[in-house]
Design a protein around this ligand. Structure first.
Ligand SMILES: NC(=O)c1ccc[n+]([C@@H]2O[C@H](COP(=O)([O-])OP(=O)(O)OC[C@H]3O[C@@H](n4cnc5c(N)ncnc54)[C@H](O)[C@@H]3O)[C@@H](O)[C@H]2O)c1
Length: 366
């Protein structure tokens, strides 16, 4: 494992804490006390994924702290669970000089960030992402959210953690499927902004991925995302390219539980990227070779490229219409012009979007 690295980036001047540090390394959890200057906070607590709670037993710094252990997953991102976090923060006596360390996958981080950013109008929190998806993406959004009215991430805030600690050693216990979910977001970063990263991923052998290769793609992915977020924190424009694949992914994710279909975020993103790459081919001239290369890469990492079970189309279309990125009644997509280059705010009609369903179902090819 190489020595610890750090990525720093600045946010626009309207954000009070302007410089964000992302520390990347191995075995950061045990040394957290040093990294977080724990003594400067009035109170400290931990919100942890139940899959990782046992790790805290080995951390001397955590022994006396209040700990809220939660069962992760998409169901966690609910109003009821948000209330549970608020109640815990209240009962533990947290104030605006307190710090909450959030340790877990993307679902825990989204919920905990929303709870911390709204409790007493915002208390300090640090993120320790424990899945690949959360390490390359979820920890760096500055976004906390829950799902509501059946719509993904409908209620949320923009806020930024006091620290982001990416401990790659945490990934050792991850199952292959959860790792593949994270690779979907890495591939998205490569598609929208780093053609060289895409070529690197293309050359990798099928999983398992070696530690040095994994560290390389984590760091490169964080560089892509941090430079995009730094340029447009509130998602007024260019940051929207990060949504590539996600308009359709979020519709698939929101409809799945209504039809007893199980789909992870990474699987939905994989299908969403195929659908939106096909739309890019049709309406932005993305060459069909790139679409085929994308399909091969996703298949190599056991990510789906065709829909097997599907919710009714009218339901998916309703969910796409409800997407936060739309405005003025038109549907807004991020599409690819070429490998490594994306364009946001591409307006499509629902009729144009329908071409994606046929492609996903395998009824048309390019
Ligand atoms: N805020 C953002 O910018 C942003 C960006 C991308 C994704 N997300 C959100 O992230 C969520 C998905 O996150 P996820 O894919 O991390 O899933 P997840 O949080 O549901 O975790 C997946 C599974 O992995 C387990 N797990 C976590 N860390 C582990 C470890 N180190 N070892 C073994 N098991 C471990 C969890 O217990 C869970 O069973 C979605 O809700 C998505 O919307 C948010």
């Amino acid at each position: 494992m190489p020595a610890e690295r750090e990525i720093r980036f600045s946010l626009p001047s309207s954000i009070p804490s302007q410089e964000i540090h992302i520390r990347i390394g191995s075995e950061l959890l045990a040394a957290l006390q040093k990294d977080l200057e724990i003594a400067r906070y009035s109170r400290i607590g931990v919100i942890v994924d139940d899959a990782l709670a046992h790790l805290l037993e080995e951390c001397a710094w955590a022994h006396e702290l209040p700990i809220l252990t939660l069962e992760s997953g998409e169901k966690l991102k609910s109003l009821a669970q948000l209330e549970q976090c608020w109640l815990w923060l209240h009962e533990c006596g947290f104030d605006r000089e307190s710090l909450v360390i959030c340790l877990g996958g993307g679902s825990i981080l989204d919920l905990a960030a929303l709870a911390c950013s709204t409790f007493k109008r915002g208390i300090y929190y640090a993120l320790m992402p424990s899945t690949l998806l959360a390490q390359v993406d979820g920890c760096l959004g500055g976004k906390g959210a829950i799902n509501y009215f059946g719509v993904k991430n409908l209620i949320g805030t923009f806020s930024f953690p006091s620290a982001i600690l990416v401990d790659t050693a945490l990934l050792r216990s991850l199952g292959a499927e959860v790792l593949s979910d994270g690779l979907a977001e890495v591939i998205k970063h490569a598609l929208i902004a780093d053609a060289g990263l895409f070529e690197f991923i293309e050359k990798l052998n099928a999983p398992p991925i070696s530690d040095p290769d994994l560290n390389h793609i984590i760091e490169r992915s964080l560089q892509v995302k941090s430079s995009i977020v730094a340029g447009d924190y509130f998602e007024a424009g260019p940051r929207k390219i990060l949504n590539f694949g996600h308009t359709i992914a979020h519709a698939l994710e929101a409809s799945a539980p209504r039809h007893d279909i199980t789909i992870s975020h990474g699987q939905a993103v994989s299908l969403g990227m195929i659908a939106e790459a096909h739309l890019s081919h049709l309406y932005r001239g993305l060459d069909s070779k790139t679409l085929k290369r994308l399909e091969s890469v996703l298949l190599k990492f056991n990510l789906p490229i065709r829909l097997k079970a599907q919710a009714p189309l009218n339901e998916l279309e309703e969910l796409i219409r409800a997407d936060k990125k739309n405005s003025g009644g038109s549907l807004h997509f991020t599409l690819l012009c070429e490998l490594g280059k994306a364009e946001h705010n591409c307006v499509l009609s629902i009729e144009q979007v329908r071409a994606a369903w046929d492609y996903l179902a395998g009824q048309v090819s390019v």
